[in-house]
Design a protein around this ligand. Structure first.
Ligand SMILES: C[S@@+](CC[C@H](N)C(=O)[O-])C[C@H]1O[C@@H](n2cnc3c(N)ncnc32)[C@H](O)[C@@H]1O
Length: 226
């Protein structure tokens, strides 16, 4: 992708001024853990990971840290352009002694092209920015081009896990994935989208939604064969 084609990122890159210790983590640990977008992702983990996963927009990294700690032999790539979120993930990594996360601290769309087909066992898009207004629909993360890339990258039988608490975002997330021929919605009954999938932990946005009486839902899609 040339710089002329670089996608526009509409979210925040920076929030509150970081504490000195968080800035130090960014200065020292991020260069060690930053994903090299040119090299093969699997080659960037210690040992050969038995599976690779991607979390898009990991926010504060609560979920990414938890799922990575639970699967130490797998490799996890997290993409998040919000620097305070990246610092928060680095804090989780340090506190948990987690060794199997690589970080892309920019727009995820910049790394998708460079990954080989069927690289991923799964991808997570949890509580994405809802962009509820129609005129902002092009800012929503699950654009057809991104979904096509995820269809190419997730191997058959792999999972695409979506979540939202926002009525409009629930609609566009579901619509995008249901209408894509490569994905099949696994839900059989309402409990399947009402309960948090095993192994996922409450994210900051999920907790905020519950405090404000909004109902989170989770939508699990399987990558079809062929
Ligand atoms: C509403 S927050 C949710 C964060 C987290 N998943 C949670 O549940 O707490 C959405 C996040 O997606 C990130 N994001 C938006 N567009 C992105 C993109 N193109 N690539 C990577 N991350 C993105 C934003 O920076 C933001 O932190």
């Amino acid at each position: 992708m040339t710089s002329a084609e670089k996608p526009h990122f509409y979210g925040r890159r920076r929030g509150r001024k970081l504490r000195v210790t968080m800035q130090q983590l960014l200065d020292t640990r991020l260069p060690q853990l930053r994903l090299d977008p040119v090299a093969s992702p699997a080659s960037q983990f210690d040992g050969a990971p038995d599976d690779l996963f991607l979390e898009i927009g990991f926010g504060g990294g609560e979920n990414l840290a938890a799922i990575a700690a639970a699967r130490p032999k797998a490799g996890f790539i997290g993409a998040e352009p919000f620097v305070n979120g990246v610092a928060s993930l680095l804090r989780h990594i340090e506190d948990g002694g987690i060794g199997n996360i690589r970080i892309w601290d920019d727009d995820v769309r910049l790394i998708l092209d460079g990954m080989a087909d069927e690289t991923l066992a799964g991808a997570y898009v949890l509580f994405p920015d809802p962009w509820p207004k129609k005129r902002h629909a092009s800012r929503r993360i699950l654009q057809p081009a991104v979904l096509d890339q995820l269809a190419r990258l997730i191997r058959p039988g792999g999972m695409l896990v979506l979540a939202s608490d926002h009525p409009v975002a629930k609609g566009w997330l579901l619509q995008a994935a249901i209408s894509h021929p490569a994905f099949s919605w696994t839900a059989r009954r309402p409990a399947d989208w009402r309960s948090r999938p095993e192994g996922l932990v409450p994210t900051r946005y999920m907790q905020k939604a519950e405090r404000e009486d909004r109902v989170p839902n989770w939508f699990l899609f399987e990558r079809r064969d062929g």
